[in-house]
Design a protein around this ligand. Structure first.
Ligand code: ADP
Ligand code: MG
Length: 602
């Protein structure tokens, strides 16, 4: 037996017990290795005339033997010689695949400059077609998280002997001569004994394995085949003549097995939008994100530069039922070289676009060794910033080009946008404010703040709104009808978050003061129930004050009669038809006071 080096032994122990949090990823790692092996063979075939392979013949096979309790991952890729096995599988943290990738990248760079100089391509264009996944030289050992023993049988392309490598993952490994009919590798994992169905259910069953393949390796670009059990109905045999049984015999079911390709292979997000039909996008969205409805919007992004990535984003048609609960997990699926790294990467989306679903794929990400997370969040932040801009632009397009759809969208997700402004204390206003819709008392429909301003009387310097729990009631409020009578529109806000959002915004846009373009001021957003609306003249104000003074005794008596229900009783300048109004002072409206009072602990 060849012993693992001491360092390797420690590392192996660390590996098996602490690098991965998720044992099931062993399958992802073995399939990734198989994919790399097939990729390498394909690359060899491009440059070596002795190696002839058709791309269509290349495949990966997963097999499950319930009796022997083994999981086998096979490929017909490049294979390993005895020496290669010794080096690649006997040395932990040695990645031959990484070296291969680095060498190819170098060659490609040279080819590119030479090609330029000679004015002809070097025939290495197909290099971009190789998509090596391995990089740390540890993935293989994850098999020991679930396996008590791992046996690898491999035959290198061009060699006529095969070798077997076997280890229990503790002391070392043995290598003996073996049989294999063609080039390629089988990795056989003998599952641990202590693994009952319950904890091993995910990978010690046929169904468990197929789900893991779909989950982590769905977009590996070679077919991953597996024999699966199916059932089919067989017609009951015709009743024999003379047999007078009346009821027809019940149909019989029989089980049979068949080899199926489990992964879907084509990463739809890598294709240009012009090459993919909306139906294909819809299908992908519905299957991968478990929705019954087509998405409202599909956004596809292909970024090239210092950080290359592809992204495919969807705005759902309907908010998921748990969207506004604490349990809702936002985030985009993160892939690196077609392999799933993280299901829901939160850093890729701001809270207020948390309803967006989708996928980001980049081979440039610096992954950590377990490939479960990333090393540098700066890369994520850069991607997130760009995606936020894309989402914003797409929503703005929908607002301008397809208003009906936009209003449906806003009904579902408007609350999230408004909440985003409130939660960021107005910081997110630049991104979100022009996406908001409010109900216009004057036009009796949903309008944007810009539409409000376009319709405002000349010289207007404010946006008015009223907040309460029903549009109907708000529209009859004396404070609202007064403002309307003066020719200004009032936005009727009936959602609990509205007033918080309006207050967090405080101002919107800007206008020139007295026609002086040098002197610009924002429009103030004012609550008709709370703020000084600036709609009364000094004269009117003075009149009201005088009337209050000359009736001081009457008002004092009214105040006393109402007890601590009111602060003051005064003559108002704000009323047209109604005789009296109950209102508040200092920015907080009565509706808001009610919301605050209803909060637990208030
Ligand atoms: P990595 O994939 O990051 O290089 P692994 O521990 O997963 O690290 O694998 C180590 C090395 O073993 C690979 O770089 C590769 O050279 C070799 N190897 C593993 N699996 C196979 C396989 N199925 N066919 C050929 N070579 C393999
Ligand atoms: Mg690997």
């Amino acid at each position: 037996m060849r012993k693992f080096k001491t360092e390797s032994k420690k590392l192996l122990d660390l590996m098996i017990n602490s690098i991965y949090t998720n044992r099931e990823i062993f399958l992802r790692e073995l399939i990734s290795n198989a994919s790399d092996a097939v990729d390498k063979l394909y690359f060899r075939s491009l440059t070596d005339p002795d190696v002839a392979v058709g791309r269509d013949d290349l495949a990966i096979t997963v097999a499950f033997d319930a009796e022997a309790r083994t999981v086998t991952v096979s490929d017909n890729g490049i294979g390993m010689t005895k020496d290669e096995m010794d080096k690649n599988l006997g040395t932990i943290a040695h990645s031959d695949s990484y070296e291969f990738k680095a060498a190819r990248a170098e060659e490609a760079a040279e080819a590119a400059t030479e090609g330029e100089a000679e004015g002809e391509p070097k025939g290495l264009a197909d290099l971009t077609d190789v998509d090596i996944i391995g990089q740390f030289g540890v993935g293989f050992y994850s098999a020991f998280m679930v396996g008590k023993k791992v046996r690898v049988i491999s035959r290198a392309v061009g060699s006529d002997e095969a070798w077997a490598w076997e280890s229990d993952g503790v002391e070392g490994y043995d290598m003996v001569i073996a049989e294999r009919s063609e080039h390629g590798t089988d990795v056989i994992v003998y599952l641990k004994d202590d693994t009952d169905e319950e904890s091993f259910g995910t990978f010690a069953t046929e169904h468990g394995l197929t789900s893991l393949i779909k989950r982590y390796s769905n977009y590996v670009r070679y077919p991953i085949k597996m024999e699966v059990t199916r059932t089919r109905k067989v017609e009951a045999p015709e009743a024999a003549e003379g047999d007078d049984a009346e009821a027809p015999a019940a149909p019989q079911w029989e089980t049979y097995t068949e080899i199926e390709t489990i992964n879907s292979m084509i990463p739809i997000w890598k294709r240009r939008k012009s090459e993919v039909s909306q139906e294909e996008y819809n299908e992908f969205y519905k299957t991968d994100f478990h929705d019954f409805e087509d998405p409202a919007r599909t956004i596809s992004v292909h970024a090239e530069g210092s950080l290359n990535y592809d992204a495919l984003l969807f705005v759902p048609s309907r908010a998921p039922w748990d969207m506004y609960s604490k349990d809702y997990q936002r985030g985009l699926a993160l892939y690196s070289a077609n392999v799933l790294i993280m299901d829901k990467c939160e850093e890729l989306l701001p809270d207020y676009f948390g309803f967006v679903r989708g996928v980001v794929d980049s081979s440039d990400l610096t992954l950590n060794i377990s490939r479960e997370t990333l090393q540098h969040n700066g890369q994520l932040r850069a991607i997130a910033r760009r995606l936020e801009k894309k989402i914003k632009a797409d929503l703005a397009n929908m607002r301008d080009d397809d208003r009906e759809a936009y209003e449906r969208f806003f009904e579902q997700f408007g609350r999230t946008l408004k909440f985003g402004i409130y939660q960021s204390y107005g910081m997110a206003k630049d991104v979100l404010a022009d996406l908001l819709l409010f109900y216009s008392a004057k036009q009796q429909k949903m309008i944007t703040l810009d539409e409000y301003l376009a319709d405002a009387p000349a010289g207007a310097d404010a946006i008015f709104y009223a907040a309460g729990d029903s549009r109907e009631r708000l529209s009859q409020m004396p404070l609202v009808t007064t403002v309307l009578a003066k020719g200004y529109d009032v936005l009727l806000c009936d959602q609990d978050v509205d007033e918080f959002c309006m207050m967090a915004m405080g101002t919107y846009g800007e206008h020139a003061v007295d026609g002086d373009d040098e002197n610009k001021q924002p429009y103030f957003i004012k609550n008709v129930g709370a703020d000084d609306l600036g709609l009364t003249t000094e004269e009117e104000k003075k009149e009201a004050e005088e009337a209050t003074e000359s009736n001081a005794e009457l008002f004092e008596a009214m105040r006393e009669a109402l007890g601590d229900k009111v602060e003051r009783v005064v003559v108002s300048t704000r009323l047209t038809d109604a005789p009296a109004v109950v209102t508040s002072e200092g920015g907080v409206s009565l509706a808001m006071v009610q919301v605050l009072k209803s909060q637990p602990g208030a």
